[in-house]
Design a protein around this ligand. Structure first.
Ligand SMILES: NC(=O)c1ccc[n+]([C@@H]2O[C@H](COP(=O)([O-])OP(=O)(O)OC[C@H]3O[C@@H](n4cnc5c(N)ncnc54)[C@H](OP(=O)(O)O)[C@@H]3O)[C@@H](O)[C@H]2O)c1
Length: 245
């Protein structure tokens, strides 16, 4: 898909991978809509760039998400690409006091339920276009989990499997279903975590080339190695990731 003039909605476009993707899309002259919670960051981004729309919504709140979805259907009947990028990662021991039922539910809703509900709400619009795409941002941790973010790994593993099944369901339609699996990336999400982090521009470039090209499952940088290691020796891969903490 040539991105010039194409209308793209990205969640979590105010920071990290999402922000790098917004800027890369604008360089390609796409028309970009951004959804995130923080109104000030959205307004600052809109002042800097000429966006097609900004919407403040806590996507972990299903009611607010459905209302937003209905508004988007009205405002943007020409939407062609949906990028489900927004996400959070809590680094906590599952059985500690810090891991409250509220935190577990919030992370599940933001990372897993929100992309599903947004897809369900916007799919009728996407199906009306000649060409359309849905891109879900998962992670290498959807292949092999690390120890400290059990809920995060579970939500992303679930999103990965859902994405594969949805691709089967829509195989004969005009809507391509893409999954991007980044390794650890230098963003606010990973402050104090990991090393040798990838620059978000590299993930943005992988996102754009997958939409423009044909790849539907994109293992970015070190995630390629993890994918092959997990196939050749699942036990070694699991052990290695477990020791990462
Ligand atoms: N960083 C990594 O190493 C890495 C690796 C693999 C995959 N990923 C995935 O890549 C995606 C982006 O991560 P990132 O590292 O770029 O994160 P980030 O810098 O923390 O940015 C997260 C974005 O999502 C938005 N967001 C978070 N919770 C939201 C909610 N409940 N409702 C609406 N918007 C929400 C944030 O804006 P507001 O706070 O204003 O809402 C922000 O724009 C995530 O799905 C993450 O799981 C990241």
């Amino acid at each position: 898909m040539d991105l010039r003039g194409v209308k793209v909605l990205i969640t979590g476009g105010t920071s990290g991978i999402g922000l790098a993707t917004v800027e890369a899309l604008l360089r390609e002259e796409a028309s970009v809509i951004v959804v995130a919670r923080d109104k000030n960051k959205l307004a600052a981004l809109n002042n800097k760039h000429d966006l097609a729309g900004i919407y403040s919504c806590d996507l972990a709140n299903s009611k607010a998400l459905i209302t937003l979805g209905e508004q988007l259907v009205n405002d943007h009947p020409d939407l062609q690409v949906l990028i489900n990028n927004a996400g959070i990662q809590n680094n906590i021991q599952f059985d500690s006091d810090e891991s409250t039922t509220h935190k577990i539910e919030y992370e599940m809703q933001a990372n897993f339920l929100a992309p599903l509900l947004l897809i369900r709400t916007l799919l009728p619009v996407l199906k009306k276009q000649q060409e359309a795409a849905i891109l879900n941002v998962t992670t290498g941790l959807a292949l092999v989990p690390k120890t400290n973010s059990a809920v995060y790994c579970g939500t992303k593993g679930g999103l990965r499997i859902f994405t594969q099944a949805l691709r089967n369901q829509l195989a004969e339609s005009n809507v391509r279903i893409i999954e991007i699996l980044p390794p650890v990336v230098e963003t606010p999400m990973t402050v104090g975590r990991g090393s040798n982090k990838l620059h978000p521009d590299k993930v943005a470039a992988a996102i754009l080339s997958s939409i423009k090209g044909r790849a539907n499952e994109v293992y970015v940088s070190k995630t390629k190695l993890l994918y092959w290691l997990a196939r050749v020796s699942p036990a070694i891969a699991r052990n290695m990731m477990r020791r990462l903490g």
